[in-house]
Design a protein around this ligand. Structure first.
Ligand SMILES: C[S@@+](CC[C@H](N)C(=O)[O-])C[C@H]1O[C@@H](n2cnc3c(N)ncnc32)[C@H](O)[C@@H]1O
Length: 271
């Protein structure tokens, strides 16, 4: 890395704002609760099967899971591929929990990395990059673009990005729409849905977890991926995978979800 770039990285790290610190601390203290949240019905019957359907069939792909947390999706994908699997997260407690849970079952390279800063030592490029709830954590537009730049640099030409995210389509009026599923949103800001990087929060009411998120417009996501060179960016709705008996319960999940997925392709011909 050039000296000027190193200086820039150092400066960005030093500028680590208070709000960034606040998220670090929140995640560090909720590792166990967050892991428990993966057992909530909307995760089991909607989020996980929808995302794994988007990921699709795997054989020997190299995969990197960004914001891997305790490795929930990293482990699932590792079971499906014979390729190399990496997981990056900036919260040390999550990385420790991820390593501990692997417990000799397969091999995943977990690394403690802040994906909102330039990633200096890219280990290799990957067929599939999965930012699983990463972009919603960017504290400003600069960090957001850096996250997408890292995704680009980590993706092989011809590779694919499959992302999971808090939905940027969620209007303030719909903040309580998922209350039946014990998920609510809130914000103190008047600029929600108007100004990029507006802070808001999600609360999993039955677990007493509140996470700080940052709203960016859907077109900001689309334009940033396009600016970096990705093609065919598309949003994908999640769908319930439940039996017919519980159809009524899941009905409101089929549209206007509070989560969304996206896919983008890095062209194989970069000329
Ligand atoms: C909502 S959790 C999702 C964890 C995991 N992907 C999952 O689906 O279970 C969000 C994760 O993003 C991580 N994170 C937030 N900002 C990050 C950043 N700048 N770089 C790397 N990880 C980050 C947090 O530490 C946390 O593990």
């Amino acid at each position: 890395m050039e000296e000027s770039n190193k200086e820039e990285v150092k400066q960005m790290a030093e500028e680590n704002t208070n709000s960034q610190q606040l998220i670090d601390d929140t995640y560090a203290t909720i590792v166990k609760e967050y892991k428990t949240s993966k057992m909530l019905p909307w995760r089991v019957f909607v989020e996980t099967p929808s995302f794994m359907k988007l990921v699709g069939q795997l054989t020997n792909e190299d995969i990197i899971d960004l914001a891997c947390g305790e490795g929930f999706y990293t482990r699932k994908m590792q079971e499906l591929t014979t390729g190399k699997v990496f997981g990056f997260d900036y919260c040390e407690n999550f990385i420790k929990m991820a390593k501990w849970q692997l417990n000799g079952k397969g091999h995943i390279e977990y690394m403690h990395v802040d994906c909102s800063l330039p990633i200096v030592d890219i280990p290799q490029q990957f067929d599939l990059v999965t930012p699983t709830f990463l972009l919603q954590n960017a504290v400003n537009e600069e960090r957001f673009e850096q996250m997408v730049k890292n995704i680009w640099n980590l993706c092989k030409p011809g590779g694919r990005v499959c992302g999971l995210n808090a939905s940027p389509f969620l209007t303030r009026e719909n903040f309580n729409k998922a209350a039946d599923y014990c998920v609510t949103f809130s914000t103190d800001s008047d600029s929600y849905f108007e100004k990029n990087a507006t802070e808001y929060a999600v609360t999993y009411t039955d677990l007493n977890i509140t996470l700080v998120l940052y709203w960016y417009s859907p077109s900001h996501y689309e334009k940033t991926f396009e600016k970096l060179g990705f093609k065919n960016f598309r949003w994908i709705e999640l769908e319930p995978f439940a039996d017919a008996d519980s159809y009524e319960y899941w009905k409101t999940f089929s549209t206007d979800n509070f989560m969304i997925m996206y896919e983008a392709i890095k062209p194989s011909d970069l000329n």
